[in-house]
Design a protein. Sequence first.
Length: 410
Amino acid sequence: MRFRSAAVVALTILTVLVSGAERGFSQAPAEIRIGLLAPLTGPIAKSGVDSVRGHELFWEQQGYKMAGRPVKVLVADTACNPDNAITHARRLVHAEKVHFIVGPLCGHEGPAVAQVSRETGVPVLVSIAGADELTKWKRVPSVIRTGFSASQTSHPFGAYAYTDLGCRNATFIGQDYTFGHENTLGAVATFKQAGGKVAKIFWSPIGTTDYGPILGGIPQDTDCVLPTVVGTDRLRLLEQWYDFGYDRKYKIHGNYWLLADVLSEASERAVGLIGHSLHYAEGLETPEMKAFIDAFVKRYKYIPAYFAEATYTTALWAKVAAESIQGKVEDREAFLASVRKAKFTAPRGPIRLDEYDNPVQNVYISKVVKVKHPTLGDVKINVPIKTYENVSQFWTWSPSEYMARGPYQR
């Protein structure tokens, strides 16, 4: 009898301990799973690595925690290919059960990933891909852009080329894919609006190795050459421009060209050129940009381009939004609403979303300068020489006017 009582007591104690352990286990916060899409192979790989590192840096600073929950980031290599992007996005949603996706990077990947969000309702925070249609003609309610639209940063550049640089008859060199088309033609539109004439537009495929035929075809009455070039092509254009002596014939000013991710490999001939017109400039002198650059340099030993800031800021954006809803990212509608309402200051400057889920933000025309960095030594960076504040994706047009006109197409 005493043996049976003792057994009952032991069993009761064991039950209490097990149930207590189960309660403790069930109370442990579940991890928040984030899918990150980036091209880690191919001609845009260097930019993709920057984007992964920017995201990684932010979560390292947070101890991979958000709203009291652990964070796990799952990275997928899209190789700047829409088919890869949609395949990986579906895998991240269905197999990896991510709560939201950050990315992709390449403009033509954006619509593909938006399609997955349309199918599943999983939020996508478009950190870099600039396809204009995502926040204009083909919006998806669960897709919010945290980066910039392709023509948003080039609209100011077209006006600047005419009013500040004195260009009157310009030749444009554009990369032949979605981002390149929209970024180039956005500048063309505002350049013409200001009174400029277009001598010629060249379209170069991603991975162009020989710019000789394009440079040789520049009309002789051109007074400015305005390139939008991505990936490793940027260095080839720079070197061939000078090697073939075109610097003695024309002025060249970068719409989207000499970003920080190629400046370490660029020759000294890059110094003094306009590197880009963007919502980001590593030489911006604000406390937020300085803190970001210092942290990135300490961690990775080089100065990043906007790809890193884009994913860093997107992670910050997501964290602010998640904390406002006590980390309940499973509630997609609440999370998206919080993203839209989130307030913070990014390294790039002040940001707010318009009614079409695209940031309204500053655009910086930047020049390449050589500076002495306290730990890296002599480095080339982009320093703003003119700031256009609170630039809308619709520039000076009303949304209705812009939307009625339709997208930029070559």
